[in-house]
Design a protein around this ligand. Sequence first.
Ligand SMILES: Cc1cc2nc3c(=O)[nH]c(=O)nc-3n(C[C@H](O)[C@H](O)[C@H](O)COP(=O)(O)OP(=O)(O)OC[C@H]3O[C@@H](n4cnc5c(N)ncnc54)[C@H](O)[C@@H]3O)c2cc1C
Length: 324
Amino acid sequence: MDQELPAAVDALVIGGGPAGLSAALWLGRYRRHTLVVDSGHQRNLPAALAHGVPGRDPVPPAELLADLRAGLEPYPDVRLAAGTVTEVCGDVERGFTAVVDGRHEVAAARVVIATGVGDRLPGLEGLSAHYGLDVHHCPACDGFEVRGRDVVVLGDGPQVPAFASELLDWAATVRIVTDAAGAAFEEGQRRTLAEHGIEVVDGRAAALAGAPGELSGVVLADGTVVPGAAVFFSYAHRPANALARALGCDLDEDGQVLVDGFQLTSVPGVYAAGDLAPGLQLVAIAMGQGVAAGIACATSLRGGRSTGSAPRPAPPTSRFAAGR
Ligand SMILES: Cc1cc2nc3c(=O)[nH]c(=O)nc-3n(C[C@H](O)[C@H](O)[C@H](O)COP(=O)(O)OP(=O)(O)OC[C@H]3O[C@@H](n4cnc5c(N)ncnc54)[C@H](O)[C@@H]3O)c2cc1C
């Protein structure tokens, strides 16, 4: 990254997905000097289409991101930069300092963390060509698109039976290929699956059969083909919480960053939004949380000096104060 970065801003937004860009929009509307730093790996970019975004259903993820970025153009206080925030420290009293790409220091009065989560993908031959077309991880996001079709579920862990059951809302048939998960199923879970017509196939998924977008099944290590027009997988995902942890934010047991109703974390002056925070991991939710974080963050700056174009220091507003 060879771009000139501001030395000091009112708000640093880390992550430029739907959550971070929505926070930036509202910080811009409140005329707070805002820098969004984004490393460009938005979670759903491999998907052909994002579904269920009100008013934009469906929309290619890259198109939605381009529109969210374009929506910031009328706001002169907001700046986007490509890069990775590698360190962040400080507190609301002294201010925060972030390091971008290991070398650019940026001081910020507030921080919004919207770094999302990372997904663990199944180790299947041919996966990258199919991922987001006919291999998915989110029943809510792509279930409607597989209505009436045969679906194969892959995953490891005791959550797999419940995950597979969700797909009964749409699929004609659901089959689970156990991989490591089989051993984790309890007898009661197996009984419930059988009662609901979900077949459990013991085997290790090795490859995908059929052209991308025309999946015909999952090939097991022993050569058997389990038929299906779509695959859904459920493996653990990893919240990108390293910076939140560095700042001392409280996490829940899954590593999500705990927030209040205005997306304020346990650390005064630090907000978190999107998949990184607890809640449904969907574009529209990320945008809504980003909006809340942006407004709360912007209005928490009332009463202080701004590096943005906001005209006068207004009296502090207790409702959105930076600390609890
Ligand atoms: C394959 C797939 C399909 C999906 N389909 C749908 C769908 O149809 N409908 C739907 O509503 N949801 C869908 N989702 C979920 C949706 O992608 C997420 O809910 C949404 O992207 C969350 O937005 P976010 O801003 O929190 O995170 P992200 O969009 O993941 O953005 C986080 C950004 O932060 C950046 N970042 C991380 N760390 C740093 C750092 N240290 N410095 C700078 N930048 C950093 C990342 O590179 C990334 O650009 C899908 C997800 C996947 C994986």
